[in-house]
Design a protein around this ligand. Structure first.
Ligand code: GDP
Length: 278
């Protein structure tokens, strides 16, 4: 999915989030475990600031674990509740539920003190395109995907997915527009497939990826692509990769277009090893 974030789209996304947020106690904000800071959007954080916010670093299976733990610690010191998850395998799910429960505890205590029955926590998922919102919800809900049914007077047609006795999720996640504050952040978001191809050329993104590998994980270039010298300009590295992989056009020239496409695909699927971009 690639979205062009015209102002109209942003206004609509913002309005939807503003409306839906009124119906929940907790907002689960999905971030990419490989680049949690680059996925943040201060404008969105302001919109949800009055709710309890749980940050879930999704796609943890693709992230470099030590860096991810450091990011989690830093985000906790900012005051967020934080957990990590692999929505494909479901790993981390128990911790996510635990953190949601904990963040609801003060509401539950207040309700009890007032002599009220404690109702299940209502949770909404928000995140930028392709961050894994649908996969995350599916993983939590699993076979229980059948909705608990709209509650008259409260939900205005919203469906609630009861994932546990005490936790239910709004079935429609909030789509958040990516915030691109710098060229570097834009490239990172493009590498993660969060901003679409229309915004950046595949060549430029692949070039950024090669430069990033050269600076941060030269072993990938040396081992996986059998590059003899990683101290080359990115254009030449791409050419070497093309030749190593046999991506050639008629006449024997390197097929750079194909090389860029496959390099990005490999990175996004984790085939170049665990990553940390932030
Ligand atoms: P949405 O646009 O936010 O709803 O994102 P999707 O749920 O459609 O996921 C986007 C892509 O990321 C899909 O190809 C998913 O299979 C993949 N994905 C989602 N969560 C994870 C995860 O935890 N790990 C990995 N490796 N891939 C994931």
């Amino acid at each position: 999915m690639s979205i062009n974030w015209f102002p109209g789209h942003m206004v609509k996304a913002r309005r939807e989030i503003e409306e839906n947020i009124k119906l929940v106690d907790i907002v689960v904000m999905l971030l990419d475990a490989r680049a949690p800071y680059s996925c943040r959007n201060p404008e969105l954080e302001k919109l949800v600031a009055r709710k309890k916010v749980v940050l879930v670093l999704n796609k943890m299976d693709l992230a470099e674990k030590n860096a991810m733990r450091r990011h989690m610690t830093a985000l906790r010191t900012e005051g967020f509740m934080v957990a990590a998850m692999d929505s494909i395998s479901g790993k981390g799910q128990r911790e996510v539920m635990q953190v949601i429960s904990e963040s609801y505890q003060s509401f539950a205590d207040t309700m009890l003190q007032k002599g009220r029955r404690v109702r299940p926590a209502r949770v909404m998922v928000v995140g930028v395109p392709n961050i894994g919102k649908s996969t995350f919800l599916n993983s939590l809900v699993g076979k229980k995907m059948a909705a608990t049914g709209a509650k008259p007077g409260v939900t205005r047609g919203k469906q609630w997915l009861r994932v546990r006795e005490d936790i239910e999720f709004m079935d429609t996640p909030g789509l958040m527009w990516p915030k691109v504050g710098s060229e570097e952040q834009g490239y990172k978001l493009a590498m993660l497939d969060i901003v679409g191809e229309k915004a950046y050329s595949e060549y430029d993104v692949a070039r950024f990826l090669v430069t990033w590998l050269k600076d941060n994980q030269p072993s990938v270039l040396l081992d996986k692509f059998k590059l003899k010298d990683d101290n080359l300009p990115p254009e030449l590295i791409m050419e070497n990769i093309a030749r190593h992989r046999g991506y050639l056009v008629k006449g024997g020239a390197a097929d750079i277009e194909k090389t860029c496409k496959l390099l990005l695909q490999d990175f996004r699927k984790g085939k170049l090893g665990p990553a940390n971009l932030d």
